[in-house]
Design a protein around this ligand. Structure first.
Ligand code: 9WO
Length: 256
């Protein structure tokens, strides 16, 4: 079972998300435990403050280490080689999250997601208590909660033993590290004058497979050409199995 804790000042944002569809099913089936924790529970002052004005000036407020570091340590223990909980913060400053990283994280025993708000988190929190920063894309939101839900949804569908997910994550990692999906169709055969490609209705499974591969490659070349540089079927090492990486060894090496 994957154990996930979320530290946030808005635990109510997670309510229906955690109870619905695949994530709700995974929790009910015991494939995942996911709990939220209100950061204000660790605030000690009269106003239950979690933020303060930025040193050096500038707009808005910064999350102070004072309730945040004790909260992370209470939920995950002190940072270091003995900590079994991997602590993640979703932020625009993180390395890009991708399918390969999700596959590695889904194999962890326990994860703690720390959700930032305001203009950001005091750097000492990240230095003292957070293991990894991840980004879901190059845009700014108002907090880390929705990116955390993105990561959790991606993780939960990789867990074994959830009804309706594949026994093996082999197909998932192939899709994640490979090319975009091509077009898909269902009935009716003609809709508003647009016909389903006849090859899909031909019953010729070899022709269908070849057509799908060609469509996927064409679409990838047009929309995401950079993926083809890394796609297994376009590489000289095609067919050689990828080595499994431990948690502390992310796909994208640190450059700073
Ligand atoms: C807000 C802001 C306002 C004025 C000047 C600079 C500023 N930076 C930020 C900012 O980065 N706010 C973040 C809001 C603080 C951490 C949580 N927030 C967040 C996370 N926004 N977007 C994300 C996010 C996370 C993962 N992937 C993409 C975006």
């Amino acid at each position: 079972m994957l154990e996930i804790d979320v530290l946030t000042i808005f635990p109510e944002l997670f309510g229906p998300f955690l109870d619905t569809a695949f994530v709700g099913m995974a929790r009910r089936d015991g494939a995942a435990r996911i709990d939220t924790h209100d950061l204000r529970g660790w605030a000690t002052d009269r106003h239950r403050s979690v933020d303060d004005t930025p040193y050096g000036g500038g707009p808005g407020m910064v999350m102070t280490p004072e309730p945040l570091v004790p909260a992370i340590e209470a939920l995950a223990g002190p940072k270091g080689p003995d900590r079994k909980v991997h602590v993640i913060c979703l932020s625009p400053q993180g390395r890009p999250l991708d399918q390969a990283r999700l596959v590695a994280l889904a194999a962890a025993p326990a994860l703690l997601f720390v959700c930032g708000r305001y203009e950001g988190i005091d750097q000492r929190v990240l230095d003292l208590a957070v293991d990894e920063e991840l980004s879901i894309g190059d845009y700014v939101l108002s907090g880390g909660e929705i990116p955390t839900m993105v990561a959790i949804e991606g993780l939960v569908r990789l867990l074994p033993g959830v009804l309706g997910n594949p026994d093996s994550i082999e197909t998932e990692s192939f899709r994640g590290g490979g090319v975009l999906e091509g077009p898909q169709y269902t009935r009716p055969p003609v809709y508003r004058g647009l016909e389903v490609p006849p090859v899909l209705r031909s019953g010729n499974h070899a022709a269908i497979e070849a057509w799908r591969r060609e469509q996927a490659l064409n679409r990838t070349r047009a929309r995401r050409p950079e993926l083809l540089d890394a796609a297994p079927e376009s590489r000289s090492d095609a067919g050689i199995e990828e080595t499994k990486r431990p948690l502390g060894d992310p796909t994208h090496p640190k450059r700073d």
